[in-house]
Design a protein around this ligand. Structure first.
Ligand code: ATP
Ligand code: MG
Length: 255
């Protein structure tokens, strides 16, 4: 049965999608069967693995309203054992449409329950919001991974995020655990970045992964080629750091 990890932070542009794509790709390369579940109407995880909107017909949106559609919404990726449950902009409508549906927080769980036997890991790339879609992702997951960008306002909003995780854990999914906090886009040339790392460690203690993802232009270029960093530029510092991070994550999973 798959280990299901949501990648969550309601702040935009902190590295959720970059982390989701590259974690999923490296887990696959390691030999696991992996599904990357794109649960953001921006559909960046889908397009970042070459699934442009022309190639994607059925999506996670369709599966939310008819779980029987899920197999039609799963696509192959450039990595052998990595599949993608694709999203499209239509998913934006679900945030409102789900409001009138019975058990509205459990719709994605119903989808995931149908397929979790087919994978070792399911990585869910969430949208920058704590709305109903993200709550659905949290209800469907066992673990939460929080990317935090090394910048001045890094910890702003984190209290609200933790409160949401606590509420979901209490009322909707008692299994839910925080797997860790990953610091991203680190720039060693600015002293501010070092300060953010120290603050994050003071705040989250051992939840912070030792691996810090540096700012690396190769990581930003890879999605425009529809490739994860391990295929686009496996020798880059970006690839190296995500390998290092995945190793650490596997350690935590198996600890
Ligand atoms: P959103 O909230 O909009 O979904 P996100 O949290 O998923 O954003 P990403 O899309 O992963 O964030 O990253 C934001 C931008 O920063 C992207 O253009 C991405 O390519 C770039 N980026 C992410 N991580 C790095 C990095 N370590 N080095 C350089 N660029 C990066
Ligand atoms: Mg994203």
């Amino acid at each position: 049965m798959a280990e299901i990890i949501s990648v969550v932070n309601q702040k935009g542009g902190v590295g959720k999608t970059t982390t989701s794509i590259n974690l999923a790709a490296i887990l696959s390369e390691t030999g696991y069967k992996v599904l990357l579940l794109d649960f953001d109407p921006q559909a960046n995880a889908s397009s970042g693995l070459g699934l442009s909107k022309e190639k994607v017909t059925t999506t996670v949106y369709d599966a939310l309203f008819d779980p029987g559609q899920v197999d039609n919404a799963i696509y192959a990726s450039p990595v052998d054992t990595l599949s993608v449950l694709a999203a499209s902009t239509s998913l934006a409508g679900a945030e409102v449409e789900l409001n009138n549906v019975e058990k509205r927080e459990f719709r994605l769980k119903a989808v995931v329950d149908k397929i979790k036997g087919d994978y070792d890991y399911i990585v869910i790339d969430c949208a920058p919001s704590l709305g109903l879609l993200t709550v659905n992702a949290l209800v469907a997951s066992q673990k939460v991974l929080v990317p935090v960008q090394c910048e001045y306002y890094a910890l702003e909003g984190v209290a609200q995020l933790m409160q949401t995780l606590t509420l979901v854990g209490k009322h909707l999914n008692p299994e839910l655990e925080i797997m860790g906090v990953l610091l991203t886009m680190y720039d060693p040339r600015t002293s501010l970045n070092q300060l953010v790392v120290e603050n994050a460690k003071a705040h989250f203690k051992s939840l912070v992964f030792d691996t810090v993802i540096p700012r690396n232009v190769r990581l930003a270029e890879a999605p425009s080629h529809g490739l994860p960093i391990i295929l686009y530029n496996p020798r880059s510092t970006g690839a190296h750091s995500y390998y290092q991070f995945t190793k650490e994550l596997l350690h935590r999973v198996h600890a």
